[in-house]
Design a protein around this ligand. Structure first.
Ligand code: SF4
Length: 676
């Protein structure tokens, strides 16, 4: 079901009712993707708690918290007015780092922040990354107990988030920054040696015992596992050659120099982590073992040197995470050296990618640690794909259809133009003038028919640019302009925000507007086109990924070999989930309505339709499965005329909205049936 139809509130009411009923209140962690989605979840939570209170529920001391960056949330009076996120981060660390809090116990002149200790929230709402990205999990989520209920909402792309969380790219700028950071570390070590050498000696001794604290906490199940620090290393001593701070620093220097040298490539080099390590050993004699400990060794050193300005070490943190991941995983990763930033670039700007190919690596610690993990979305389809990709065992897998008193959306599959020429974004025909013209005519006709806002999605920026240029030459844009203002999404966030704002104005003032966007872009995922802001969405073509991408090819091969997921199955699944996301933008609530147009002949095939979410596919009528432009226009006119009639909200009661009596009656029915 699409957003706005009650998914979030249903999930929250069920879990909170359960949480509040039992005396040992399990924490609920609700993860969503974007800031607007997090805001919406918080608003739903507020409404829900108000409703519970009005119905006599006493949720005393209940606390729900939404987490975002320190700059947005800081309550400390001395910091909250600070505008720079970097400064807030650094000053917060200076007051809340473990060593500062330790010292403050005996020295009351040291300033700390009393808000830091608050950890009593019943519901925490934040971004996926706070749980899935090991670099952030270490800071935010590691102390959640095992019985925490973790909910991933809008999880249709969860595999991509998992992969991104463990993928690292390095360029020369980052490597230069890390060289500088290493020099800074050297200076600090010298400084500490001269002032308090015992600190370094204490650190050396504790490293001799291995990463004991982390190991014990994990054994006692106190903290979540971190994929960058595997279990088998926890009780081993940190290797001798990186135990001393100055040795570790020169070890890092050598490693960074090696990576810099490797980046002077003239052609693309793709290799496994094993072969990367082998070459590294041949050239520098650096072993796998110390590399595995790199990330934790740096954390320990930063703590010993009491560094709070971590922003200065961002490049180095990436380099050590790269080293540790490379040395930890023999499979599931690809090391890729590319001399140019993109295929079209002519000036060399080498990039080193450590691409994670296996979404299960980031997901494993979550499902192993927490007893209850809920993965949900309006476009999680086909359901069976997710347990396979994430390597999880789903205890309950359910797909629900939507209950509506009126058919408030109309999916139409347009396979051909009015001249009967098939339309498709297939590579061989996508630039065929007849196809482009038919796409354009469909847009003109829809702009004439649909009031207010219309959104057109394209498979990629490249395709959008070429088709819009051809439409301009053909005079199609001129005709569109007679009915609607035209706005375009670009890769630039500021430009897109401006385009969106103007688009909304166009929808409000009656002139009408059309927005050209791309699947997988910012608009397709995070922006709602409710009511007059989107009465129709046209998906031009099928948004397949760019299959020549080396990383995608490697991931497809990996999934075929490891999880027996065939390339075509994955590519179609991925394209259809993005198409569903795009068309789903049009319906943002039960009182909303809109048209969904799938403009490509391939959508009429069963293998594509079966991958659409059930709430869309079950509403595609057989008669609307293979339409020409004129047929689609007449269906759209009929639908819009029906929808424009006044809608009585109260009709929903008893059908898509239950009254208290309906719930009681339902309860009685299910009670009776269990006693038959
Ligand atoms: S812990 Fe204190 S200083 Fe840090 S972000 Fe929270 S309120 Fe601000």
């Amino acid at each position: 079901m699409p957003s706005g139809t009650g998914k979030t509130v249903s999930l929250l009411s069920l879990t909170i009712a359960y949480q509040q009923f039992y005396p040992n209140k399990r924490k609920i962690v609700y993860c969503s993707r974007t800031v607007p989605e997090i805001d919406k979840a918080l608003a739903e939570l507020k409404r829900l708690m108000k409703y519970r209170a009005s119905h006599g529920s006493s949720d005393e001391g209940f606390l729900g918290v939404g987490l975002s960056s320190r700059r947005n949330l800081c309550l400390n009076p001395k910091l909250s007015k600070e505008r720079s996120g970097k400064i807030v981060d650094a000053r917060c660390r200076a007051m809340t780092s473990s060593w500062v809090r330790d010292k403050a116990k005996s020295d009351h002149s040291i300033e700390t922040c009393s808000y830091f200790e608050i950890s009593v929230a019943d519901v925490v709402i934040f971004s996926y990354h706070y749980v899935l990205d090991p670099k952030i999990t270490e800071l935010v989520s590691k102390d959640f107990s095992k019985d925490t209920i973790v909910i991933f909402d809008e999880a249709h792309n969860i595999d991509s988030t998992c992969i991104e969380a463990l993928s690292i790219d390095l360029n020369l700028e980052k490597l230069e920054a890390s060289t500088k950071s290493v020099e800074q570390l050297s200076l600090k070590i010298e400084e500490v040696k001269n002032t308090d050498a015992s600190k370094l000696q204490d650190e050396y001794n504790s490293l001799l015992e291995g990463l004991k604290e982390a190991g014990e906490a994990r054994l006692n199940d106190l903290v979540i596992e971190n994929p960058i620090l595997p279990d088998d290393l926890l009780f081993e001593a940190v290797p001798g050659n990186i135990r001393k701070a100055e040795h570790f620093v020169s070890f890092l220097k050598r490693f960074i120099e090696y990576v810099k040298a490797r980046m002077r490539v003239m052609h693309v080099v793709a290799e496994t982590t094993t072969s990367f390590l082998q070459h590294l050993k041949e050239v520098t004699f650096i072993d796998k073992k110390p590399l595995q400990f790199c990330a934790q060794r740096l954390t320990s050193l930063v703590r010993t040197l009491e560094i709070t300005d971590l922003e200065d070490y961002w490049g180095l943190q990436k380099v050590v995470a790269f080293a540790t991941l490379c040395a930890t995983y023999d499979e599931g990763f690809l090391v890729l050296f590319e001399p140019f930033e993109s295929d079209t670039a002519t000036i060399p700007n080498p990039i080193l990618n450590l691409a994670c190919l296996d979404a299960a690596i980031a997901m494993r610690p979550i499902v192993e640690r927490f007893h209850t993990v809920v993965i949900t979305s309006g476009t999680l389809s086909p359901l069976e794909m997710y347990p396979k990709m994430l390597k999880i065992r789903a205890v309950v897998m359910e797909s629900y259809t939507m209950t509506l008193t009126r058919s408030s959306f109309l999916p139409l599959i347009v396979t051909r133009g009015s001249d009967q020429v098939s339309i498709s974004s297939k590579f061989e025909v996508r630039n065929d003038p007849a196809v482009v013209r038919n796409f354009g005519n469909l847009l003109i006709e829809m702009c004439k028919t649909v009031p207010d806002g219309l959104v057109a999605f394209f498979p990629s920026y490249l395709y959008m640019e070429s088709i819009v240029a051809m439409w301009n030459e053909m005079g199609i844009l001129k005709s569109v302009y007679k009915h609607k203002l035209i706005f375009v999404e670009t890769p630039d966030t500021a430009e897109t925000s401006l385009a969106l704002e103007s688009y909304r104005k166009g929808c409000e003032n009656g002139r009408g507007a059309v927005l050209f966007s791309v699947a997988r872009g910012k608009v397709s995922e995070g922006v709602d086109f409710d009511h007059n802001y989107g009465r129709a969405v046209i998906m031009f073509g099928i948004p397949y990924q760019y299959t020549e991408s080396r990383i995608l090819k490697a991931r497809l091969e990996f999934m075929r070999e490891k999880y027996q997921i065939r390339e075509n199955d994955f590519l179609s699944f991925d394209a259809i989930r993005h198409a569903s996301q795009c068309v789903g933008r049009v319906l943002r609530g039960k009182s909303d309505y809109g048209l969904m147009l799938f403009a490509d002949k391939r959508y009429s095939r069963q293998d594509k339709k079966s991958k659409l979410p059930a709430w869309i596919s079950t509403n595609i009528l057989e008669s609307y499965n293979n339409l020409s432009t004129d047929m689609a226009v007449s269906a759209a006119k009929h639908f819009l005329k029906n929808m424009a009639q006044p809608f009585d909200q109260s009709k929903q009661i008893g059908h898509s909205l239950w009254s208290e009596q309906d719930i009681l009656q339902r309860k009685r029915i299910s009670h009776d049936s269990t006693h038959v």
